[in-house]
Design a protein around this ligand. Structure first.
Ligand SMILES: C[S@@+](CC[C@H](N)C(=O)[O-])C[C@H]1O[C@@H](n2cnc3c(N)ncnc32)[C@H](O)[C@@H]1O
Length: 280
């Protein structure tokens, strides 16, 4: 259980390109920043770990260099943080049939709906972020019956649970962050689906070496760095769903994927975020 640091930049005017600011947050460990038009600002939460001081310093400099008028940072104790995001996290429909519902909210579901119940705690993945939604939409459009799936960077476990509910045969999920591993375990149990979860920094930690589909919602730099090992982990004819890509980084991610032996099958976009389905 950790505290958080809220970093907020006040901008003189609504920027032409928000992605430069969102990218700065992403580079300094905060993949989901929140933009506001009136008054113009962008903010995000960083986990208050030892390294946070340097991260906040770097982020502050980057934001000021981009033209922010002022940058504030404030410690948010864990209890306040939990309450804060509870107010924001409401049931939400994603794609055609998927509904993400927090444990503390009711939802009148249609019989065809696939309801994912979540208590994400601190882990990333409430379905509230475009990068998660794009993955869910691409997963929903992909045939998953009898498929072995890997979820690289599972966060709350939302994509693993969705894959199982969409008919996957098995899901192996990994995250570098032990809290996410715990969160995925707890959420899989809540949804009564089996997900094999482990802590680690890649798919090499599993006994299995090949999957029909790998889904990864991680920042572009990691996707680029891991594209070769992901290609090794995707069976021939298999699929890689990659998300977490700020539009400005898309060409670099595409080149890395193509170099690794993937070809683009479908592109999906929301705001300044891009996600892709690649085939191998
Ligand atoms: C943007 S979140 C995605 C969470 C969830 N899959 C979703 O789509 O909402 C990225 C997750 O990847 C994890 N991560 C980052 N680098 C990783 C790595 N090298 N190996 C495994 N997990 C990683 C982070 O801890 C974080 O939980």
């Amino acid at each position: 259980v950790s505290d958080w640091i809220h970093v907020k930049a006040e901008l003189g005017a609504v920027p032409e390109d928000w992605s430069l600011f969102a990218d700065a947050f992403e580079r300094f460990g905060c993949p989901s920043s929140i933009q506001e038009d009136t008054p113009p600002s962008i903010g995000g939460y960083l986990v208050a770990l030892d390294a946070a001081e340097d991260q906040v310093k770097g982020l502050r400099q980057a934001l000021l260099a981009l033209g922010a008028v002022a940058v504030s940072s404030e410690l948010v104790p864990h209890e306040d943080w939990s309450e804060l995001w509870k107010q924001h996290f409401k049931p939400r429909r994603v794609g055609r049939r998927i509904v993400v519902r927090p444990t503390w909210e009711d939802f009148d579901a249609h019989p065809d709906d696939l309801v994912i119940v979540l208590d994400p705690g601190q882990a990333f993945g409430t379905g509230d972020h475009p990068t998660t939604r794009l993955c869910l939409e691409l997963l929903e459009e992909t045939e998953l019956a009898r498929k072995a799936v890997a979820d690289l960077g599972c966060g709350s476990g939302i994509l693993s649970i969705a894959a199982m509910k969409l008919g996957a045969e098995s899901v192996d999920a990994v995250d570098i962050d032990p809290l996410s591993v715990e969160s995925t375990r707890a959420n899989a149990a809540l949804n009564e689906v089996h997900v094999h979860v482990a802590a680690g920094d890649g798919l090499h930690i599993f006994e299995r070496t090949e999957w029909d589909l790998v889904v990864s919602n991680i920042i572009s730099a990691t996707l680029i760095r891991m594209s070769g090992s992901i290609a090794d982990a995707v069976a021939e004819g298999g699929t890689w769903i990659a998300s977490g890509i700020i539009r400005g980084n898309w060409n670099e991610v595409l080149s890395a994927a193509e170099r690794a032996g993937f070809r683009l099958d479908k592109l999906a976009e929301e705001d300044e975020w891009v996600a892709a389905r690649f085939l191998r």
